[in-house]
Write a protein that binds this ligand. Structure first.
Ligand SMILES: Nc1ncnc2c1ncn2[C@@H]1O[C@H](COP(=O)(O)OP(=O)(O)OP(=O)(O)O)[C@@H](O)[C@H]1O
Ligand SMILES: [Mg+2]
Length: 359
C-alpha cells in the first residue's frame, strides 16, 4: 500500500478523489506512454487502456504536448490543467509525481474529472450576466430617451401650435403687432424649456460617463480574460498574452474599459467556433498605449467592414445584439483614444485599441 505522503499528494485530495463518483484515476509512465493502472470508473469507459498508449484516452494519436504527467515529474510537484478532447468533453486534470520504478523510470498518478456540464452551465450563467448588463445599459438609454421625450413633447407642441396660428394670420393678412409679439414670446419660452431639457440631459449623460483614474490595461485584460475563461475553455482556444508589466497607466474608467475588452474577446471567441488562437499584445509609444486583440477566426467580409459600428449590426441572429463594437468604440472615444478593426476573411481579425497616456 502506498502512502499519500509517498505520492506527495495532499491526503485531502486523495480521499476526495477516491470517494467521489465520476473521478478517474490512473498511473502512467510518460517516458513510455504506458498506463500501469486505472480505476474501475475509468475502466468502465476505456476498458483496454493498459494495452494502449496513455494519450489515446484524450483522443490523440501522438504524445501530448505538453505532457501534464511529464511536467509533474520534471518539476517534482503537482500539475493541473483543463483538457478538451476532440469529442467536446472537458476534463479537470491533476498529475502527481509518483515513486521511482525498479527500472529507474518514474510514473505519475493522474486524477481527472469530466467537467463538461459544469463548464456549459458556467458559460450560460456568464452569458446571462453579460446580457443582463447589456439590458441594463439599454434600459438606461431607454429611460433617458423616455425622460427626454416626455420633457420636450409639450413645449414642442406649443411651438408648432403658435407657428401654425401665426402662419394662418399671415396668410389671411390678419395680424397685429401685439399678437405677433405675444406669440413669439410664447415660442421663445417653449424653445427655452427644450434647451433646458437638452442641457440637463447632457449633464446626466456626463455624470454617467466616465470616472477617470489611472488604469493598468494589463489588469483590465487579465480580468476580462477571466470573465470569458469558460467560453475560452469550451472552445479549445489558445490564449497568448504579451503585455509588459511596466505598461504605462492610462487615465480611464476601469469598469468601462473592461466592458470594451470583454466585448472584443467575446467577438474573437465567437469567430473561432472550435479552435484557434486569441492573442492580446500590448505596447507603449511615447504618448499612447496600444493593445491589439487578434484572433485566427473567420474574419469579416469586406462589405461588412463599414457596417461594424452601426448600432444593431450583427451577423449572429438572436445571439448578438449588434451593440458590442459600437459601445466599445464609443467608450474608447470618450477616453480620447481610438479603436480600429483590420480583418481578412479566412485569416482572422485584429482590433487595435489606442489610448493616450501622460508621462
Ligand atoms: N473578431 C471578429 N471576427 C469576425 N467577425 C466579427 C468580429 N468582431 C465583430 N465581428 C462582426 O461584427 C458584428 C458586430 O459585432 P458586435 O460586437 O457589434 O455585435 P455582436 O457580436 O453581433 O453582438 P453583441 O451585441 O452580442 O456583441 C458581428 O456580428 C460580427 O459579424
Ligand atoms: Mg459582440
Amino acid at each position: 500500500m502506498i502512502a499519500a505522503q509517498e505520492l506527495r499528494i495532499d491526503s485531502g485530495v486523495l480521499v476526495t478523489a477516491l470517494t467521489t463518483g465520476g473521478t478517474f484515476i490512473r498511473v502512467v509512465v510518460p517516458e513510455s506512454n504506458k498506463v500501469l493502472y486505472q480505476n474501475e470508473e475509468l475502466h468502465k469507459i476505456f476498458p483496454d487502456a493498459l494495452q494502449r498508449p496513455c494519450y489515446h484516452f484524450w483522443g490523440r494519436t501522438s504524445h501530448c504536448e505538453p505532457c501534464l504527467s511529464g511536467e509533474a515529474i520534471k518539476c517534482n510537484t503537482r500539475q493541473s490543467a483543463t483538457v478538451h478532447t476532440p469529442k467536446g468533453v472537458t476534463f479537470a486534470c491533476f498529475a502527481h509525481p509518483f515513486v521511482q520504478q525498479a527500472d529507474g523510470t518514474r510514473a505519475a498518478l493522474e486524477i481527472f474529472r469530466d467537467i463538461t456540464r459544469e463548464r456549459a452551465l458556467e458559460h450560460a450563467v456568464e452569458k446571462t450576466k453579460l446580457r443582463l448588463l447589456e439590458a441594463q445599459n439599454m434600459a438606461t438609454v431607454g429611460n433617458l430617451a423616455g425622460t427626454f421625450v416626455h420633457a420636450v413633447r409639450n413645449p414642442l407642441a406649443g411651438i408648432v401650435l403658435y407657428v401654425d396660428m401665426l402662419l394662418r394670420k399671415v396668410d389671411s393678412n390678419n395680424f397685429d403687432q401685439k399678437t405677433l409679439k405675444d406669440s413669439l414670446l410664447r415660442i421663445k419660452d417653449s424653445a427655452t424649456k427644450c434647451e433646458e431639457v437638452t442641457k440637463n440631459l447632457l449633464k446626466l449623460a456626463k455624470v454617467q460617463k466616465t470616472e477617470l483614474k489611472p488604469v493598468n490595461l494589463k489588469e483590465v485584460v487579465d480580468q476580462g480574460l477571466h470573465v470569458v475563461s469558460s467560453k475560452i475553455a469550451s472552445k479549445n482556444v489558445d490564449v497568448v498574452t504579451t503585455l509588459p508589466d511596466d505598461l504605462p497607466a492610462v487615465m480611464g474608467d476601469f469598469a468601462q474599459l473592461q466592458v470594451v475588452f470583454i466585448n472584443l474577446f467575446s467577438n474573437a471567441l465567437d469567430a473561432m467556433p472550435s479552435a484557434g488562437t486569441l492573442t492580446v499584445h500590448g505596447a507603449a509609444s511615447d504618448s499612447a498605449v496600444e493593445v491589439k486583440v487578434a484572433d485566427t477566426g473567420c474574419g469579416i467580409p469586406r462589405e461588412n467592414l463599414s457596417l461594424l459600428f452601426k448600432d444593431f449590426f450583427s451577423t449572429k441572429g438572436d445571439k448578438g445584439t449588434g451593440l458590442g463594437l459600437t459601445q466599445s468604440r464609443r467608450i474608447i472615444q470618450t477616453h480620447n483614444g481610438n479603436l480600429t478593426v483590420d480583418s481578412e476573411v479566412g485569416k482572422g481579425t485584429t482590433v487595435t485599441v489606442k489610448l493616450p497616456y501622460k508621462k
